[in-house]
Design a protein around this ligand. Structure first.
Ligand code: SF4
Length: 249
């Protein structure tokens, strides 16, 4: 679910600068936590209750501005490219993808947003089922460089809804949805975003890509959580966050 309406077009350069500032502020705070360093011989690390509380506090303070700056960049890029976005509220055709390339700090923040909800066990169970479904599809592929892409496509064709998709077709974690969900748009009718039509010539999905300098800043940011070994795929990532910080084994 995307909201193509933005706060108004700013220049892309200015928006990138704003995003870099938000990433730098987050990175500075994450660095200050001094989470355990990556040690290949160790099991996925646990962090002390105190450090977890400080991590929660950092994310609570920083993520709203982080996503506001990211959305500002996306809207500026859309305005600059003047692409006729056709996404509409409640469509959710793209919420059948296996959500990947998610920054670990985004996953921890999203987990924070759901872990006190009544349906938390259901969300975990659905995440577990989706993660297993993808794993099985990937295992059945020839293990070459293209295997993950083929597996992602075959997963999408199964039409499994994202566990966080609400019954009315809205995103149930809208404020905490990751950048991977915020960057994805269509400029063709919604029927070409679903099932096999996604590979038809009439499908015109596109993503708004960050410049390299921003990707590098994000990588530095995520490095501070590397020892937690949270996968960059949303559904297994949420399960890993539960194992570290949640209530269920
Ligand atoms: S988190 Fe799930 S429901 Fe929300 S936008 Fe992403 S794919 Fe859709």
């Amino acid at each position: 679910m995307k909201n193509p309406e933005g706060p108004g077009a700013r220049g892309v350069e200015e928006a990138v600068r704003g995003f870099l500032e938000a990433v730098a502020a987050l990175e500075s705070d994450l660095r200050g936590l001094a989470l355990p360093s990556t040690d290949p011989s160790s099991v996925p690390s646990e962090i002390s209750g105190l450090k977890y509380e400080r991590l929660r506090a950092v994310l609570a303070v920083r993520m709203q501005a982080f996503y506001a700056a990211y959305d500002g960049f996306v809207h500026a890029a859309l305005a600059e490219e003047a692409r006729p976005v056709t996404c509409s509220s409640g469509c959710a055709a793209c919420c059948r993808h296996f959500v990947s390339s998610v920054e670990p700090f985004e996953i921890v923040a999203l987990h924070e947003a759901i872990k006190d909800r009544e349906d938390y066990p259901d969300l975990l169970f659905a995440s577990h089922k989706n993660a297993l479904a993808y794993e099985k599809i990937l295992e059945a592929e020839n293990p070459d460089d293209e295997a993950p892409d083929r597996a992602l496509h075959r997963y999408f064709l199964k039409g499994r809804p994202c566990p966080f998709l609400a019954k009315d077709g809205s995103c149930g974690v809208y404020e905490a949805r990751p950048m991977s969900c915020r960057m994805f748009f269509a400029e063709s009718p919604a029927r070409f975003c679903a099932g096999k039509a996604i590979v038809s010539p009439w499908n015109r999905n596109f993503q708004i890509e960050l410049p390299d300098v921003a990707e590098e800043a994000l990588a530095r940011c995520s490095q501070h959580l590397a020892a937690l070994e949270i996968p960059e795929d949303l559904f297994p990532g949420v399960l890993a966050a539960n194992a570290l910080f949640g209530q269920y084994s």
